[in-house]
Design a protein around this ligand. Structure first.
Ligand SMILES: Nc1ncnc2c1ncn2[C@@H]1O[C@H](COP(=O)(O)OP(=O)(O)O)[C@@H](O)[C@H]1O
Ligand SMILES: [Mg+2]
Length: 239
């Protein structure tokens, strides 16, 4: 075997070991986090019978942070599954507008820094992986929150066009310049500017989202204007 071929094999094995490790760790982190979430929710229910504003708010914040952590861990888990060729798409039939409304209702409860609007969309039934599509939408919304200033509007829409439904998430944030726009769906890609440096992330959200949408036979793309804002779109075939 030539040296180059050997190096490539070694590199691949190293990647795979890293990937297996991420998968294992994420999986192990899920168990304690699930019980932590259950405990918080139990405490929240108990607190309903008492006038304890401080504790109620503390539990709400704890719940929010636990959810954030769960979303991150799920992201890592899905990344490692994807890299191993084991990301399964489990389709079911569901109402997309119902899902959007549910996600938005939750988001409004937990994210108070921004203004959200969701346009009425008709009953749109899709045959897709509900959890994964839900993670795509949450990802786009959390990016819109992360990359735009406080009190700004985040506008979510869905519309039917021929045989597909198009969901869009629009923000009034910092925008993305075209050189970066071409790469934001790449694995680990993050825009490096003085404004984004203090915003934390791993650059896997859009990579995963794109993969999930592609596996559904849909498309994902973005339009953006620097300092004006960004609109992310994805399409899904409808039933
Ligand atoms: N709504 C947005 N507005 C401006 N930039 C964005 C937006 N969404 C994503 N980006 C850019 O694309 C990069 C990749 O996004 P993502 O994969 O979600 O990773 P992360 O949010 O962890 O950095 C981000 O680091 C950011 O630079
Ligand atoms: Mg993100």
């Amino acid at each position: 075997m030539s040296k180059i071929a050997r190096d490539i094999t070694a590199q691949k094995q190293e990647e795979q070991r890293k990937n297996d490790f991420i998968g294992m760790v994420s999986h192990e982190l899920k168990t304690p986090l699930t019980s932590l979430t259950a405990i918080i929710q139990m405490a929240q229910r108990k607190l309903l019978q008492h006038e304890e504003p401080f504790l109620s708010e503390a539990m709400e914040k704890a719940n929010f942070q636990a959810r954030r952590m769960a979303a991150m861990i799920n992201g890592f888990l899905n990344l490692s599954r994807l890299e191993a060729g084991k990301l399964l798409i489990e389709k079911q039939t569901f109402d997309l507008d119902r899902l959007l409304r549910d996600i938005l209702e939750e988001t409004r409860l937990t994210v108070t820094s921004h203004v959200f609007s969701l346009e009425e969309c008709d009953h749109i039934t899709v045959h897709a992986d509900r959890d994964k599509i839900s993670s795509v939408i949450s990802n786009l919304i959390s990016n819109a929150v992360k990359y735009s200033s406080k009190s700004r509007l985040i506008d979510i829409r869905c519309k039917l066009q021929n045989k597909v439904v198009i969901v869009s998430v629009k923000d009034e944030g910092m925008g993305i310049q075209s050189e970066d726009l071409a790469h934001i769906f790449d694995r680990y890609y993050r825009v490096e500017t003085s404004r984004t440096r203090h915003i934390s992330g791993f650059g896997i959200g859009l990579y995963l989202s794109a993969e999930i949408i592609k596996r559904h036979g849909g498309e994902i793309w973005a339009e953006s204007e620097l300092d004006k804002g960004t609109i992310f779109y994805f399409s899904l075939p409808i039933k």
